[in-house]
Design a protein around this ligand. Structure first.
Ligand code: DQA
Length: 143
């Protein structure tokens, strides 16, 4: 199964960015960790990160007819990007929304996700394990 793991703005700074909230591991640490989990075995996992909304949308479009599922941490775009929401809705590829932090116990604006309704699930507050849970949720949804 081809799976895309997409990360939005500022997630390239993981490890140095507000480590009290997001932890001390970099995005590539998380990528290496996840790719070596037994659940990842036998799947082709492609990671992509961008700070640009249009690049994220183009990458999401590229999943159409090409990938079996998406795990996405849209960063702050979660809270207001109708364009990313529409891209996910358009492609008909099962998508799980993931957040490292517990967005429901932080600032009010983080509690709103405009992406959630077009995803098969929302995972938050589990740190890097959220990406693994997202992958598992996708794999279960194919059974
Ligand atoms: C985040 C939560 C968002 O509110 C924030 O803007 C991020 C990271 C998370 O993974 O917890 O950039 O998506």
């Amino acid at each position: 199964m081809k799976i895309l793991i997409i990360n939005g703005p500022n997630l390239n700074l993981l490890g140095v960015r507000e480590p009290n909230i997001y932890g001390r591991e970099s995005l590539s640490d998380i990528e290496n960790w996840l790719n070596n989990q037994p659940e990842a075995d036998g799947h082709s996992i492609t990671w992509f990160q961008s700070n640009h909304e249009g690049e994220l949308i183009d990458f999401i479009h590229g999943a159409m007819g090409n990938a079996g599922g998406i795990v996405i941490n849209p960063g702050a775009f979660t809270h207001y990007s109708y364009a990313i929401r529409d891209a996910i809705a358009a492609i008909n590829v099962p998508t799980v929304e993931v957040h490292l932090s517990d967005i429901h116990s932080r600032e009010e604006f983080r509690k709103i996700s405009v992406i959630k309704d077009v995803c098969i699930g929302q995972i938050y507050g589990l740190g890097k394990s959220g990406y693994l849970e997202g992958l598992k949720k996708l794999l279960f949804s194919f059974d």
